[in-house]
Design a protein around this ligand. Structure first.
Ligand code: ZN
Length: 167
């Protein structure tokens, strides 16, 4: 048996620290794509220490915006997922949350559940309404993967769990 140090579990996290600059970058990228009518997926990578997760980088992976009569969405290729996993293992960063924009209301669609990039128990998925044109977290929806199922987090809990810090 390999002797490995157990990574702190995402499922133990009770607070997510988000630097204001990474939050601003997330929203700016989403607004830019929204102006062209496309949703955007942004990944929050960072560190987990005990009950606190700290976002270090907000990155938009290469993706295909999808705009059809059935609505809009995004598609991330297997190759991109491979590159992401390589980046995570090289840097030791963790995928803490995926954040994506919707044209109007924020919610997790059936496709969002099925195609989620976050697959680790305790990971987060946030959805921004109106292509992130409003105030951060206003009308946002947050979900958490609990034993393989996406559970919605209440607005009060969103406020309690997400802490925006300078930087
Ligand atoms: Zn969606």
């Amino acid at each position: 048996m390999k002797n490995r140090v157990r990574k702190p579990a995402l499922a133990d996290v009770e607070e997510v620290i988000v630097p204001a600059a990474e939050l601003a970058r997330t929203c700016a990228l989403m607004r830019a794509h929204g102006e062209r009518g496309y949703e955007l997926l942004v990944l929050w990578l960072g560190n987990v220490d005990g009950r606190t997760a700290t976002v270090v980088h907000a990155v938009a992976p290469p993706q295909e915006g999808v705009r059809s009569e059935d609505g809009v969405g995004y598609f991330v290729s297997g190759e991109t997922m491979f590159e992401l996993n390589r980046l995570l293992s090289e840097t030791g960063l963790r995928l803490i949350a995926q954040v994506h924009s919707h044209p109007d209301e924020a919610y997790h669609s059936a496709a969002d559940d099925r195609l989620a990039v976050v697959t680790t128990d305790g990971g987060f998925s946030l959805v921004t309404p109106e292509f992130a044109t409003g105030e951060p977290f206003g009308g946002w929806a947050m979900y958490r993967l609990v034993r393989g199922r996406w559970r919605e987090v209440s607005p009060a809990e969103i406020v309690r769990m997400l802490r925006v810090v300078a930087g």
